[in-house]
Design a protein around this ligand. Structure first.
Ligand code: NAD
Length: 261
């Protein structure tokens, strides 16, 4: 259904972003994937994307904490997409936990740069062509932490609340243009980002991997089940469909009930 469209998905070498890139490729969409990866992972990803027939997938490396890299990524993505970038998925991100008193400024700055400034710049660079075309989809992968807070996550919660605000502004500025902008707010998804937090719980409480998973889920997510990258990929694909033409400025929770409490 997305044949002829072209998507830029940031942070698509792992976890949720990879799930989204796969779902879009599965719908016939060309993809630009980006994020950190070593040669071994890149070979694996190349093989993976080759298995989707009739689509073009290209890897463009970029560190989203660098403005120069973000600008080059946008320029190269435009080059890859024969008819311009139709779909932006701002997904790349990372976590750092620490009480605010000891939260390093450099980490705060890097998290803001990758999770808030980079999406801003990518939208700024690629929106004009979407407007001209009269069609576009901007999907920001936020978090339950874009809606509610947790301790020791000041930069993450601030960046995610920020991206929800940015989503609403872009939705208003593009209303009626054929471009929509929405945010998706997942709860816990079992990816390397969360595996790190599970390992921390194992250490802090001297418990097993399974018990740490249960503790993590029980604390926040009433369903007690992980959201999967595939499920988020399908929601993103839905947002790219015609059924979602009038959905814009929405903050969509996929969090097993986390923010219903
Ligand atoms: P992940 O660690 O599996 O993947 C993160 C991706 O972002 C990787 O491709 C990585 O290379 C890329 N990335 C990180 N820093 C980057 C930088 N400076 N420049 C370029 N690329 C960079 O994590 P994930 O869980 O898949 O997270 C993806 C997004 O989903 C993040 O924005 C995260 O905040 C959000 N999220 C995750 C969860 C969860 O439970 N895992 C929940 C809610 C929201």
């Amino acid at each position: 259904a997305l044949t002829g469209r072209c998507a830029l998905v940031t942070g698509s070498t792992s976890g949720i972003g990879l799930g989204i890139a796969r779902a879009l490729a599965n719908s016939g969409c060309d993809v630009v994937y980006t994020g950190f990866a070593d040669d071994k992972l890149l070979t694996k990803l190349q093989d993976d994307f080759r298995s989707y027939t009739g689509i073009k997938a290209t890897y463009i490396p970029a560190d989203l904490t660098s403005t120069a890299d973000v600008e080059r990524l946008c320029a190269e993505a435009r080059g890859h997409c024969t008819d311009g970038v139709d779909i932006i998925v701002n997904n790349a991100g990372f976590q750092h936990t620490s009480p605010i008193e000891s939260f390093p400024l450099a980490t705060w700055d890097a998290m803001m740069a990758a999770m808030l400034t980079a999406p801003f710049l990518i939208i700024q660079h690629l929106l004009p062509a979407m407007r001209t075309k009269g069609w576009g989809r901007i999907i920001n992968i936020s978090s339950a932490h874009g809606v509610v807070a947790s301790v020791e996550k000041c930069a993450y919660v601030s960046a995610k609340h920020g991206i929800n605000g940015l989503t609403k502004v872009v939705a208003l500025e593009t209303a009626g243009s054929g471009v929509t902008c929405n945010a998706v707010c997942p709860g816990w998804v079992l990816t390397p980002l969360v595996e790190k937090q599970i390992r921390q719980l194992m250490k802090d409480h001297s418990i097993t991997w399974e018990d740490a998973q249960t503790m993590l889920l029980s604390n926040k997510q009433p369903s007690k089940g992980f959201v999967t990258p595939e499920q988020i990929g399908n929601v993103v694909t839905f947002l790219c469909s015609q059924a979602a033409n009038q959905m814009t400025g929405s903050i969509l929770s996929i969090d097993g009930g986390w923010t219903a409490q």
